[in-house]
Write a protein that binds this ligand. Structure first.
Ligand code: CA
Length: 290
């Protein structure tokens, strides 16, 4: 079975909730093994709210949070309501970089990592030194154990592209540049242009807690689908079957967070381009989350 780690800016937007439901259900159905989720934003409610959300989904996995995250979310929306339903606090959970190291090192076989937020946690894991978890550096662990990385990030229909996850904050720019420059693993990017204006989550029942999370964020009539589209693409593990054309080559992110791409059939990176009408993707997502 494929092993997944998810990285999310949980709490910032509500499409992360849609993606987590899709992955939680795939885990519950034994299609994947969701080892853990690392949150790359920080509020008092971060890890407790995700813990409660997973409880409601009927699964549990390891949860970590970036306790050193420099970015404070201004509007905690669904986090606060969910966190009030549990006694957990962030102190009950690992620092996310440490969790990544642990999950990668201890995983039997290889692991795939999905990122639907900022990249400082996966970058921290990649650049980490040997420690009590493993005598291997992050780079050694990634080379040996990380089969593939899926990133919702970048804007790949114009170069340079500027997109939120890769360049909204200075720490995000620094992490995106360092990570893409140093990562030894294949990366598939799903860019902003893919999920923009593609609304999902608009057909949920009013009492569904996913609907409530979307509504808390002001997206009760649906939200754009960047993160769930990455989840569906990763689960399919076949770009063409998932409804995409693929452009292969070498991606880069400069120190300003701008993304670039050089086409090359033998390159380690790829980005996807929609090959179907928007309703094709939204129907799949809405069917998976209903
Ligand atoms: Ca996100």
């Amino acid at each position: 079975m494929r092993n997944f780690i998810l990285g999310s800016d949980w709490g910032e937007d509500s499409d992360d909730c849609v993606a987590v439901r899709i992955l939680a259900r795939a885990h519950k159905n034994k299609e994947i093994n969701l080892l853990g989720i690392g949150i790359n934003t920080l509020t008092d409610y971060s890890a407790p709210s995700l813990y409660r959300f997973l409880e409601k989904e009927g699964i549990m996995c390891e949860i970590g949070v970036d306790k050193d995250c420099p970015h404070e979310i201004q509007y905690v929306t669904y986090q606060k309501r969910l966190a009030k339903e549990t006694d957990k606090t962030n102190d009950d959970f690992e620092n996310a970089v440490r969790l990544y190291r642990k999950l990668i090192a201890e995983c039997e076989g290889q692991v795939e990592i999905l990122e639907i937020g900022f990249l400082q946690v996966i970058c921290g894991a990649l650049m980490s030194e040997a420690d009590d978890i493993s005598p291997k550096t992050g780079l050694e662990l990634f080379k040996e154990k990380v089969k593939k990385i899926w990133i919702m990030g970048g804007k790949w229909d114009a170069f340079p592209g500027y997109e939120y996850n890769l360049c909204r904050y200075q720490f995000a720019k620094d992490a995106s540049h360092m990570f893409v420059t140093n990562c030894p693993c294949p990366i598939t990017f799903l860019g902003w242009e893919i999920g923009h204006d593609l609304i999902t989550g608009d057909k949920l029942s009013d009492d569904d807690f996913l609907h409530l999370a979307l509504a808390d964020h002001g997206s009760g009539s649906g939200r754009e689908s960047w993160d769930p589209m990455l989840a569906v693409l990763a689960l399919a593990n076949d770009n063409k079957k998932a409804g995409y054309d693929t452009v292969k080559g070498f991606a880069s992110v400069d120190e300003d967070g701008a993304n670039y791409f050089v086409n090359d059939e033998n390159g380690p990176h790829e980005y996807v381009v929609k090959a179907k009408n928007d309703s094709y993707y939204s129907d799949i997502i809405n069917d998976l989350i209903k």
